[in-house]
Design a protein around this ligand. Structure first.
Ligand SMILES: Nc1ncnc2c1ncn2[C@@H]1O[C@H](COP(=O)(O)OP(=O)(O)O)[C@@H](O)[C@H]1O
Ligand SMILES: O=P(O)(O)OC[C@H]1O[C@](O)(COP(=O)(O)O)[C@@H](O)[C@@H]1O
Length: 347
């Protein structure tokens, strides 16, 4: 929907789980707005700040040198209160009280649901910028923070491989992603992991401990004494990596160790990719509100700036690349070599 209007003040929040590059997106919004003569206020702690009328003015001085840091200078939070009608009305009232003409939210699908909720009570243009390490939003190839999270997970997996290799151990490394396997598949591929457990791979047929034991034993048979690193997407095994390592160790003859990467993946220096993505999307969001466009997420697909209705970002499903899945599970599956060898031996 579009109807061009004069925008004099934009409000921005960072909401949900923080993601590396959120500061870079904030900076871009502020600098682009300032370039066009628009004021920016940042409400602190996500939607909670809208309810508490907790805001700060954001100008060049506040944002100039923040793009190299993760976290968010206006803080992030999850807010249950905001989800109610009373919360929506209160938030709309506070935006009006601050003479806000347009609203930009940097966050994930929950934050975008929140934006749609706000739109029921507030009339100005609302734009979403995808900021989540999970990369689980339809309408953009990458979300802000995802690239950095993968880089962090890969770095950790490389380090774990050193011990796994030196001591012929099995490691189960649990990465984040909520219900999406993007971080898991990318970090598994980038680090040469032997196995990955993703929601997308056990939708129809849940994995069993027997299948995993068989795989570890198969790899061991093919390679002899060797390391084995399994990347486990969170929420994909009851009890997570700790329980899975115990279960495997009970069945196998070698030590199995769990490692939970956790919130390490949400920190650290944002990669150049994330800083550039955040910068482009922040500038684009400011352009969109001035064009009177509302209810969409700003994204980048095939290197082109695109918009997607907010609801589509969570209703439609971005599909994990089958090419990547095939490389990992078929082409590079060490057990396949065993089968090939057996065929050769027979011949
Ligand atoms: N259905 C909803 N209606 C209104 N607000 C919502 C809704 N879902 C989420 N929100 C708001 O967005 C916030 C962030 O959502 P959350 O799912 O925690 O993170 P993310 O945006 O990273 O997915 C929530 O704490 C809540 O305030
Ligand atoms: O920091 P919390 O509240 O424990 O949340 C952890 C969740 O947040 C994330 O890091 C990011 O998810 P969202 O972007 O949806 O907030 C998930 O990968 C993880 O499941």
């Amino acid at each position: 929907m579009s109807s061009s209007r004069l925008i004099e003040r934009i409000a921005v929040i960072t909401s949900g789980g923080d993601a590396p590059g959120m500061n870079a997106a904030l900076r871009a919004v502020v600098l682009a707005a300032e370039h066009d003569g628009i004021d920016v206020v940042g409400f602190r702690h996500g939607y909670e700040g809208l309810l508490n009328n907790d805001y700060m003015k954001l100008g060049r001085d506040e944002v100039e040198h923040i793009l190299q840091y993760s976290g968010t200078i206006i803080k992030s939070a999850r807010s249950e209160r905001f989800k109610t009608d009373e919360g929506g009305i209160e938030a709309a009232h506070n935006l009006d009280a601050q003479n806000v003409d347009a609203f930009i939210v940097i966050g994930g699908d929950g934050s975008f649901r929140g934006a749609n909720h706000l739109a029921k009570f507030w009339q100005g243009p609302i734009i979403g910028i995808p900021g989540t390490i999970d990369n689980d939003l339809f309408g953009t190839d990458n979300t802000i923070g995802y690239d950095t999270a993968v880089e962090t997970a890969m770095d950790a997996l490389d380090k774990i491989r050193d011990t796994a290799e030196a001591m012929d151990r099995v490691f189960i490394v649990e990465v984040m992603g909520r219900n999406a396997g993007y971080i898991a598949i990318s970090s598994a591929m980038a680090s040469g992991a032997e196995r990955m457990i993703l929601p997308e791979l056990q939708k129809d047929k849940p994995l069993t401990i027997d299948a995993l034991v068989k795989h570890v034993e198969g790899v061991n048979r093919v390679r002899g004494d060797s390391s084995y690193v399994m990347v486990l997407c969170e929420n994909q095994w009851p009890g997570g990596a700790v329980r899975l390592a115990e279960q495997l160790e009970d069945r196998l003859n070698f030590p199995c160790r769990p490692c939970l990467l956790g919130h390490v993946q949400r920190g650290g220096r944002p990669t150049a990719m994330d800083r550039i993505l955040a910068t482009r999307l922040g500038v684009y969001a400011v352009q969109l509100v001035q064009e009177g466009i509302t209810g969409v997420m700003a994204g980048i697909e095939k290197n082109e700036l695109v918009t997607t209705p907010l609801e589509d970002t969570w209703v439609k499903r971005k599909v994990l690349s089958q090419e990547l899945i095939d490389i990992q599970t078929k082409c590079f599956n060490p057990i396949k070599k065993d089968r090939h060898k057996a065929t050769v031996d027979k011949a």
